[in-house]
Design a protein around this ligand. Sequence first.
Ligand code: NAP
Length: 244
Amino acid sequence: MNKYALVTGASRGIGREIALRLSDMGYPVIINCLSNKAAADEVAHIIESKGGTAEILMFDVCDEADVERALDRWEEAHPEDYVAVLVNNAGIRRDNVMFMMADEEWQQVINTSLNGFFYITRRLLKHMMPRKRGGRIINVASLSGIKGMPGQTNYSAAKAGLIGATKALAQEVAPRNVTVNAVAPGFIETDMTKDLPHDELKNLIPMRRFGKPQEVAAAVAFLASDDAAYITGEVFNINGGLYT
Ligand code: NAP
């Protein structure tokens, strides 16, 4: 039986670096993304060139039927294997002030971070819990979910919801050897933050710089490791000192 790691949104940014780190730890990795197949191929190629195993599984985390179809397909091809490390990383921003916010800006953000977490985690827990096989679930939340960010009521709500779910699920599944934790990055250099005023924002960060995706991936890798076996329901802040 092989223990796989599945990283949602692993074609770019933070998810990509998490996939690379988990592969370095020896996990065969399932790379998920929504549509950017070329970028996912590149991540798979890097992993394979270092002797690791990577598979691409494209699905929309917001779409329950799509999630089920993709995971059915994977399970049929891997009757002996299971996903032991799940990183719920896929996320989007659709910023707007609340009084101007369109229904779809609210729904798309909640659907991606919160409903995506629900559909995938519910499904994969079934394979982690029997006979206390164990597993690691790591949710990529955000400073916005802790502090709340103006212009991001949708995103802050989704990420705060994800943190609440992390803490609740951690207690449910702890007796089954499954840990559930979250990381809460501040400002990280990825496509998601490309359009932000970097110079202005850097001045608010005690470390005076944005974080690197690798710096988030390192914390996720630790939470996935045996060394973190007794840590659950926790939120790791990775924000260069930028709290409330
Ligand atoms: P990014 O560079 O924009 O990459 C987003 C990734 O998510 C891509 O791989 C994208 O796939 C995938 N994705 C988006 N919607 C999806 C869906 N419906 N189904 C499947 N995959 C989907 O973002 P990032 O900055 O790395 O962010 C990763 C996570 O960290 C997000 O949850 C984000 O909220 C969180 N975060 C980021 C920051 C930051 O400063 N960057 C701070 C705090 C938290 P495609 O390539 O196919 O589009």
